[in-house]
Design a protein. Structure first.
Length: 196
């Protein structure tokens, strides 16, 4: 005997990762507090009930966007490690890719979702504070590992300098710095960490 009952509603006609990417971009541009549910619905092309059904409330969607960003950054560090570059070339590749990413955004240069938005939210939200702490630890650990692999004499210390530069580049990109200004700041950091 066949079950003739039909499921109610339409089947999912969207890709959750595409919707999450769109939500992350919206949060990156407007921050958590500055992004409305209507803006998220428009960005993801989902109505509000579908958005809630797929991701939960606004905070759950923001945390998922942070997790997606964390995973993407970690994959980027791993790929860079596979290139097995000397220190200076590794730093040029890393900071060049970071600048490329920070200069993109639906509404102009938006910087890093963590540095540009989560840092502000972490003051009032312990869940966000935990996510940003995990992200910063991951970033420090990967940059230190890359520097050690590339032959750096002081990878731990230099990693903190490089990650501080990454955070500065995010803020500067969001504040409207030009590509040339960001490239100059990155070069100064590279010259300090790995003199030619």
């Amino acid at each position: 005997m066949q079950d003739s009952t039909k499921k109610r509603g339409r089947p999912r006609a969207f890709d959750p990762d595409t919707a999450l990417k769109a939500a992350a971009e919206r949060f990156r541009a407007g921050g958590y507090s500055g992004t409305s549910l209507d803006e998220l619905a428009a960005a993801t092309r989902l109505n509000r009930p579908s958005l809630y059904s797929a991701f939960g409330d606004k905070k759950a969607l923001y945390l998922a966007a942070l997790e997606r960003t964390h995973a993407r950054a970690e994959r980027g560090f791993v790929r860079l490690g596979e290139a097995d570059l000397p220190v200076r070339a590794m730093l040029e590749t890393l900071l060049g890719a970071v600048i490329d990413g920070f200069l993109t955004g639906d509404d102009g240069p938006a910087g890093c979702l963590f540095i540009s938005t989560a840092a502000t939210e972490s003051v009032i939200d312990p869940d966000v504070r935990g996510r940003i702490a995990d992200f910063l630890t991951m970033e420090d650990d990967h940059v230190e590992r890359l520097l050690r692999q590339a032959g750096s004499a002081a990878p731990e210390t230099q990693a903190r300098v490089v990650t501080a530069m990454i955070h500065s580049l995010s803020i500067r990109a969001r504040a409207g710095a030009s590509r040339a200004e960001l490239d100059r700041a990155a070069k100064d950091c590279i010259d300090l960490v790995a003199p030619a």
